[in-house]
Design a protein around this ligand. Structure first.
Ligand SMILES: NC(=O)C1=CN([C@@H]2O[C@H](COP(=O)(O)OP(=O)(O)OC[C@H]3O[C@@H](n4cnc5c(N)ncnc54)[C@H](O)[C@@H]3O)[C@@H](O)[C@H]2O)C=CC1
Ligand SMILES: O=C(O)C(=O)[C@H](O)COP(=O)(O)O
Length: 378
């Protein structure tokens, strides 16, 4: 069986070759000639999977190593009898750590305490709920908005978006991209919403570019609105608006989810689903795949505060390492995708073992996702 895999899926060759013959291909655009004799296709978010791509082909299974599925025409796959699996939640921790890295950087630069701020989270799924838990662990107030979950009767204190816009100092978007329907999220942040944000607010988009109307955002920023902006995703990609990039505080090439753990989870989740589909069920333990982190063990003395948390977080991942390279190459054809393809290894906070001599610091760091222990040198 021939299995086509996107060349940007770490561990894909290793895993899928256990059950078939693997060919790794570029995802944007996918070489259509390779599809002719393939039975399975594993993609990333850059490949549009629809009737144009698959009609008349022999593909029986499509997997995407991503949380978002807006690049997949799922209705078509169902009509065509093609099995499908995504990787929900695979990179949620990575996105949360991206948001924390950004907030801690802005807080230090602008001299505010996160615990004096309210963070509004729009979309409280795999990313949003983990973000809320970690913010809460650090004592930051959150407001949550998730109409689909509210309508399902989920027990959380969900608020209307208008209340978040009125009260939040930080508004961060973590919804899927829905172009239509009752929960349409296309341009959810439109000119009206953006211009109603509190003066000096922080706007973060790490879900899909078109959830924030980029033209409206540019207009508001050019009009001098006092707003800090963090954009990992753009409208459109990969041809982002360089004028907008020049006005945002942090701009990155759609890499919020790009920890090694997040990408590896994406691959293993679709591999497990595929092996199930072909009746050869296999499970993969992530830690058998991942290498040891570059640095893995430190000691931490005394209590935890925002400044020390920022230093710890940025020891593992500082978002500025992804902002500067994008500014250098933005506007040059192909460079956005090159930054994503040649992404420097990034690990999750859990890869750092921290020995603390303060019990409360250890407890908070554990809740934040670090591998922290309390240890007294008696
Ligand atoms: N920048 C990056 O690298 C990454 C981006 N993403 C994007 O972030 C999105 C969210 O990721 P997850 O939390 O893993 O997805 P998820 O599906 O677990 O959660 C999405 C949540 O948004 C809610 N929602 C849907 N429509 C909404 C609306 N109109 N208003 C408010 N809430 C709404 C849903 O009810 C759900 O609880 C993904 O769909 C994907 O597009 C995900 C991972 C990495
Ligand atoms: O999982 C998602 O959804 C994402 O946005 C991914 O992080 C996108 O990464 P690629 O699939 O484009 O490599």
């Amino acid at each position: 069986m021939k299995i086509l895999v996107d060349e940007n899926m770490p561990y894909a060759r290793e895993l899928f070759s256990r059950v078939g013959e693997v060919t790794a291909v570029a995802g944007r655009p996918i070489p259509v000639s390779e599809l002719a004799d393939a039975q399975a296709l594993m993609v990333r978010s850059v490949t549009k999977v629809n009737a144009d791509l698959l009609d008349g082909k022999d593909i029986k299974f499509v997997g995407t190593a991503t949380a978002g599925t807006d690049h997949i025409d799922e209705a078509y796959l169902e009509r065509a009898g093609i099995a499908f699996s995504a990787a929900p939640g695979c990179n949620a921790i990575a996105v949360v750590e991206y948001v924390f890295s950004s907030l801690l950087m802005l807080a230090e630069r602008d001299g505010f305490r996160l615990t004096d701020r309210t963070v509004g989270i729009v979309g409280v799924g795999n990313v949003g709920s983990r973000l809320q838990a970690r913010l809460q662990a650090f004592g930051v107030r959150t407001l949550l908005c998730d109409p689909p979950r509210a309508d399902r009767g989920d027990e959380e204190d969900f608020q209307p978006l208008e209340r978040l816009v009125r009260e939040a100092d930080v508004l961060t978007f973590h919804t899927p991209l829905f172009k239509e329907g009752p929960y349409k999220s296309l341009h959810l942040a439109d000119e009206r919403l953006i211009s109603a944000l509190k003066p000096g607010a922080v706007l973060i988009n790490a879900c899909r570019g078109p959830v924030v109307d980029n033209a409206a955002l540019l207009k508001c920023l050019k009009n001098g609105q006092r707003l800090s902006v963090v954009l990992d995703v753009w409208e459109p990609e990969p041809e982002l608006n360089v004028e907008l990039l020049n006005l945002v505080d942090i701009g990155t090439p759609h890499i919020a989810g790009y920890t090694l753990e997040g990408k590896a989870r994406g691959t293993t989740q679709v591999f497990e689903a595929f092996s199930d589909f072909i009746g050869q069920r296999q499970q993969v333990a992530l830690d058998t795949l991942l290498p040891a982190p570059e640095f893995g063990r430190i000691t931490f003395h005394g209590p935890l505060d925002q400044a020390t948390l920022k230093r710890l977080v940025h020891l593992v991942y500082d978002v500025r390492r992804d902002d500067a390279p994008l500014r250098k190459v933005a506007g040059q054809p192909g460079e956005f995708d090159k930054l994503r393809k040649n992404y420097q290894e990034r690990r999750e906070w859990s890869s750092l073992y921290i020995q603390c001599d303060d019990e409360s610091a250890a407890t908070t760091l554990q809740k934040l996702g670090f591998n922290a222990v309390y240890h007294t040198a008696r």
